[in-house]
Design a protein around this ligand. Structure first.
Ligand SMILES: Cc1cc2nc3c(=O)[nH]c(=O)nc-3n(C[C@H](O)[C@H](O)[C@H](O)COP(=O)(O)OP(=O)(O)OC[C@H]3O[C@@H](n4cnc5c(N)ncnc54)[C@H](O)[C@@H]3O)c2cc1C
Length: 284
């Protein structure tokens, strides 16, 4: 199918892009890499009167790695994220997860901002950002505000972002410790049947801190504070992993679809989380 007719805008800076969103109201939508939005327009699941292309907005580009914090511009592509050595060293979980998104063609064009702003529970970056404790900067006509990734997702395609706001940057605290992103998919390039992001620190054979987030197992990404709490203070042995999996299962709400029935998804979620914890622990 082809999308319905739309007007195309290519603003050269952030203020002009926001101006277009204000001017055209709910008829306007920004486009970043277009690898989620264009398919939706072609399927007529999204009808956009005014498409505001962010490719020429320089304020949305760039990666900066400072002591204790990395900042990523919304228009950084998944491929740029994978290829940045400083970022991979500071937050290795990002590269590990980005390499499991789609395929190289999609990753050369798809952006980190589009992935987190989309609000699709199948996207890998939202759960990952929750695990990392990321903050999103939103800029609109009223100014700028920061929203925690853990507070950003309200429901299917419903986020904290207002229609006239643009997600500009993502800030991630740099944390030492073990990490793992495990994703079960039906085939190469597919969205997750279930995916788990885990961060762990340890001291003297005991887990001192943990963060756990799950992808595509609810209509929002699921950061499971209870799963993390079940690991802290333990030796990360089988009993602790079992307790973490049980806690995570209490937080997810998978639905039956072409990736399988609910019981299967819960089973896969448990296996995937167990693997992610084991790998993060081995790296901690
Ligand atoms: C074959 C295929 C397989 C894929 N597999 C995966 C996968 O395994 N995992 C995965 O995570 N993704 C997958 N994707 C999706 C891909 O990663 C997209 O690129 C990503 O979801 C959206 O990024 P984008 O830059 O293309 O955004 P776009 O498609 O341009 O935009 C997506 C949405 O976000 C909004 N938006 C974009 N940027 C901003 C911004 N800065 N501020 C506010 N709103 C914004 C847009 O208005 C739109 O609503 C796949 C896509 C394809 C085509």
């Amino acid at each position: 199918m082809i999308p319905s007719a739309f007007a195309y805008h290519r603003p050269g800076n952030l203020a002009a892009a926001i101006g277009l969103l204000v001017e055209h109201g709910d008829e306007a939508r920004v486009i970043a890499g277009g690898h989620s939005l264009i398919p939706m327009m072609k399927l007529r699941m999204a009808e956009v009167g005014h498409l505001v292309d962010l490719q020429a907005v320089v304020e949305l580009k760039g990666i900066s790695v400072e002591a204790g914090r990395v900042t990523i511009g919304a228009m950084v592509t998944q491929a740029e994220l994978i290829g940045h050595e400083g970022l991979a060293k500071a937050v290795p979980l990002l590269r590990e997860a980005a390499l499991q998104i789609a395929d190289p063609q999609v990753r050369y064009v798809g952006t980190v901002g589009g992935n987190v702003a989309n609000g699709d529970p199948g996207n890998d970056m939202p759960g990952l950002m929750q695990c990392l404790g990321a903050m999103f900067t939103l800029v609109g006509p009223g100014g700028s505000r920061d929203v925690a990734a853990r507070e950003f997702y309200h429901g299917l395609y419903a986020t904290e972002r207002a229609e006239d706001e643009i997600l500009t940057r993502i800030a991630i605290p740099v944390a030492a410790g073990g990490y793992a992103y495990e994703k079960q998919k039906r085939k190469i390039g597919d969205y997750a049947t279930a995916a788990a992001a885990v961060l762990l620190t340890k001291a003297g054979g005991t887990v001192t801190s943990a963060s756990v987030a799950m992808t595509n197992l609810s209509d929002v990404p699921v950061w499971s504070g209870d799963a993390a709490a079940a690991l802290v203070g333990t030796d990360c042995g089988p009993a602790a992993v079992q307790a973490a999996v049980a806690a995570m299962l209490g937080d997810i709400d998978p639905q039956q679809d072409n990736r399988g029935p609910i019981a299967f998804k819960k089973h896969v979620a448990g296996v995937i989380l167990g693997r992610a914890i084991a790998r993060a622990w081995s790296r901690a």
